[in-house]
Design a protein around this ligand. Structure first.
Ligand code: PLP
Length: 396
């Protein structure tokens, strides 16, 4: 198999060996239905409940506030739609930010069609939500604030504590899409005033198709999947036991490694940012310089098409991304990059590199060397770059 330097960890991550091993018995050996009453089912149930406790412990929640779902998209849909419908007598207004993942933005669009009002708050040039605008947006009938913990494209971490305090002050529910942040930065739901939180297994070296929604006790929210009595009857459907066990194990590992991994990755991240910005002309860092995920680098290169850069990196065995996994494939510029004020042509020339604890300095040195050649080659084919250089030399 071709050897890759895998730098697309925000899109998805490999399942860790220990996670895979922890899941294996639950496919063909301990396969009882956790909802059953036999001793055999009990073993599967114990494993599910153990995973729930691990996740709850990591978030500072209690086990009965953790609901297993099929992933981040489902958790986001559940949080928004089910709060909206459960609270519609109280109000029909929701506040979110302009840089949310499509799992939030498209759900908000759907809710607007269903008669709810949504305010999309701006972010600054670093991707940080404007807290004053958030305050101003609050109305008598606001029922929910949903702001992501950290952005999937530019890595900016939001001031969760401040948002939580604003929500609490106005007795509004606060949901956070923590799909990118969970396992990468510490989050305590009480400390941050979070009422609901979405996370996903495949972003933390766990399996795909499993996630959680944390719902604070007492939150007024409708059931999402109707059917059996699983998850207190709020999210019906036979338990995905192997997935849940894998999610629990991945959480346990992420919790143990968090501080060490974050220190390692942020050092590599800053090394890569430093090298690119000093060695490649006409590029800029997107996202906050310090309040960003430890593994996220997002750079815009002027006079370059992001897609061409990706193809050439791919030919060199480097796997990165030009936007979020869900939007690549579309030719529209990223809504996140436009929201931080980048013009279309610069947004189009953006590259997202997301590291892991397996990434080495040597990998990054190779990436920088290849990037320098690729950028030079692509610019040499760009009439716009040629005009820019001509203009520049004329003015010297
Ligand atoms: N929210 C964010 C911020 C994400 O980055 C993603 C996936 O990239 C999702 C939600 C969707 O999660 P899932 O892939 O588990 O459905």
């Amino acid at each position: 198999m071709k050897q890759w330097i895998y730098l697309d960890n925000a899109a998805t991550t490999p399942v860790k060996h220990e996670v895979y091993e922890s899941m294996k018995p639950y496919f063909a050996e301990v396969y009882g239905n956790p909802s059953g009453f036999s001793d055999f089912s009990e073993q599967a149930k114990d494993a599910v409940e153990q995973a729930r406790k691990t996740v709850a412990g990591f978030l500072g929640a209690s086990a009965d506030e953790i609901y297993f779902t099929s992933g981040g998209t489902e958790s986001d849909n559940w949080a928004l739609k089910a709060v909206a419908f459960a609270n519609r007598k109280k109000g029909k207004h929701i506040i979110t930010s302009k840089i949310e993942h499509h799992a939030i933005l498209h759900t908000c669009g759907w809710l607007e069609k269903a008669g709810f009002d949504v305010t999309y708050v701006n972010v600054d040039e670093n991707g940080v939500i404007n807290l004053e605008e958030l305050r101003q947006a609050i109305r008598q009938d606001t029922i929910l604030i949903s702001v992501m913990s950290a952005n999937n494209e530019i890595g900016t971490i939001q001031p969760l504590k401040e948002i939580g305090a604003i929500a609490k002050e106005h007795k509004i529910l606060f949901h956070t899409d923590a799909v990118q942040a969970y396992g990468h930065i510490p989050i305590n739901v009480d400390e941050y005033g979070i009422d609901m939180l979405s996370a996903s297994g495949h972003k933390i070296n766990g399996p795909k198709g499993i996630g959680i929604l944390y719902i604070r006790k007492g939150t007024l929210i409708e059931s999402f999947m109707h059917g059996g009595e699983q998850e207190h009857g709020r999210r019906a459907g036979t338990y995905n036991t192997p997935g849940i066990v894998g999610f629990g194990k991945a959480t346990e590992i992420a919790q143990t490694l968090l501080a060490k991994r974050s220190a390692y990755e942020s050092e590599l991240r800053d090394y890569l940012i430093g090298r690119i910005l000093t060695e490649i002309p006409y590029c800029r860092l997107n996202g906050h310089r310090t309040e960003r995920l430890p593994n996220n680098v997002n750079i815009s290169f002027q006079y370059i098409e992001g897609e061409s850069m990706l193809i050439m990196l791919d030919q060199k065995g480097i796997c990165a991304s030009s936007g979020s996994a869900c939007t690549s494939g579309s030719l529209d510029p990223s809504h996140v990059l436009l929201a931080i004020g980048l013009p279309h042509e610069i947004a189009h020339g953006s590259l997202r590199i997301t590291l892991s604890e397996e990434t080495t300095k040597e990998d990054l040195d190779y990436v920088v060397e290849e990037l320098k050649k690729i950028v030079k080659r692509l610019r040499s084919m760009s009439p716009l770059y040629e005009d820019f250089i001509k203009e520049k030399t004329k003015n010297v």
